[in-house]
Design a binder for this molecule. Structure first.
Ligand code: HSE
Length: 429
């Protein structure tokens, strides 16, 4: 075993960074045995140096992250500060000065993954980021390595714990969105500003990363269609229950049926209670992968939090250190397929549409005609109502999003349609 320790610089010492440092210390002997050399925490860059950081020698703490990554003797930089800058510049500087990088930064990878991979390759270094998607759940490495010989057709997941907690609460208690969000906030699951979670930005970044790896194609955040879950109502859950479904915020990355293009999207959707993703409760994450040879696989676990995320970071740290000792690098970006990313209008799925209509002769026929004119085939229709007003729930067969959008526009123009109460996609059947 070599005795010169591998030097690690930690950028950020918040909830995740402090756990990374703690586990590096408490598991030092095991990490040494598994890597084949000791790993040493050589510096910790923080914004607020005055905060007490238990277990971290004060002389390791610095506010000058740039100087730390430029030292030249650092083997691995662990970036857990998040956001685009200064993380992007620090990571590229780290490569330039001889370090490999482990990052948990989904926003940066989703936006600039190609450039960062290119920088890593140019300098012959590793860029690993298992913690960027679904916290502790091993997902990037299974997709990138274990399934490298297979052909992945769909990746569908619950990749945001905050929104899954809220939706699960609405499902199990009948609460409305705001009430469930308030509870999530009080319990610390939702941040004071929950926008990134509830509007689907966090999940969209993860979808971009997963689609890129699964389809060997560059997929950026801007390529991902995104709808948040703030409009989901207790009435939607009641409708879902009548269909034997629940509602989840899903990230869905799909290869088109002809294999010639891919799509990536995030939106709330109804899924049957029999689907494995329907039983993912609370703040847990899970990702369902469908491939030619393996068939169906499900990855499940905690998608956030200090220790779970640190587990993924440490796994990457061990892998990168092993590569370094072996004088090798792990797999870099694989984007050779370069498939076009199709717009949302090309996505084909089923829809659940709830309409408020006048309850008089001919209305059902009028509504059905609009669906027919747009080539959208109806599977079931359910009507309830009284006093001249009715609620009409239409579930369609598979249709393109463009055809459905045209249908809904035309329905809104009918005098007898008072309003479109909700439109929800139906997935996982
Ligand atoms: N805010 C995210 C979630 C965790 O609720 O799952 C970090 O991506």
């Amino acid at each position: 075993m070599r005795t010169r320790p591998l030097k690690v610089a930690l950028l950020g010492c918040g909830v995740v960074g402090s756990e990374v440092a703690r586990i590096m210390t408490t598991h030092a002997d095991d990490l040494t045995a598994r890597i084949g050399a000791p790993v040493e925490l050589a510096g910790v860059a923080v914004r607020r140096p005055d905060r007490v950081r238990e277990g971290i020698a004060p002389e390791l703490v610095t506010t000058d992250a740039t100087a730390l990554v430029k030292r030249g003797d650092i083997d691995v930089v662990v970036e857990v500060i998040g956001g685009i800058e200064p993380a992007r510049t620090l990571i590229t500087t780290a490569f330039e000065h001889g370090a490999s990088v482990v990052s948990a930064n989904k926003a940066l990878l989703a936006q600039d993954g190609a450039a960062l991979h290119a920088a890593a390759e140019e300098h012959g270094k590793d860029l690993y980021y298992e913690a960027a998607v679904a916290g502790a759940i091993p997902l990037i490495r299974p997709l990138r390595e274990s399934l490298a010989g297979d052909k992945i057709n769909r990746v569908m997941g619950i990749v945001n714990g905050t929104t899954n907690f809220i939706l699960d609460k609405m499902d199990s208690t009948g609460a409305g969105y705001q009430e469930a969000l308030d509870e999530a906030t009080a319990l610390g699951y939702a941040e004071a500003d929950p926008t990134a979670d509830v509007e689907g930005f966090d999940a969209a970044a993860k979808a971009a990363i997963l689609a890129g790896i699964a389809f060997h194609t560059r997929v950026r955040l801007d390529d991902v269609y995104r709808e948040g879950m703030t409009e989901v109502t207790a009435a939607d859950f009641a409708s879902a229950k009548e269909m034997g479904c629940t509602i989840k915020l899903l990230a869905i990355c799909e290869r088109a049926e002809d294999g010639a293009s891919v799509t990536a999207r995030v939106h709330p959707a109804m899924i049957p209670l029999s689907h494995p993703l329907a039983s993912v409760r609370g703040a847990y994450n899970a990702v369902f992968v469908e491939s030619d040879a393996a068939g169906q696989l499900m990855f499940y676990g905690p998608g956030a939090g200090g220790s779970p995320t640190a587990s993924a970071v440490l796994g990457d740290l061990v892998a990168v250190c092993r590569n370094r000792i072996g004088g090798a690098t792990g797999p870099g970006e694989s984007a050779y397929a370069a498939l076009p990313v199709s717009p949302m209008g090309d996505v084909v799925t089923r829809y659940h549409i709830s309409l408020d209509v006048a309850d008089k002769p001919g209305v059902l026929a009028q509504v059905a005609t609009v669906f027919a004119e747009h080539g959208v085939s109806i599977d079931t229709v359910r009507q309830s109502g009284k006093d001249g007003e009715a609620s009409l729930v239409v579930v369609t067969h598979r249709a393109s999003d463009a055809a459905l959008t045209g249908t809904v526009e035309a329905l809104r123009n009918l005098d007898t349609v008072r309003g479109v109460a909700s439109i929800m996609r139906v997935e996982g059947e």
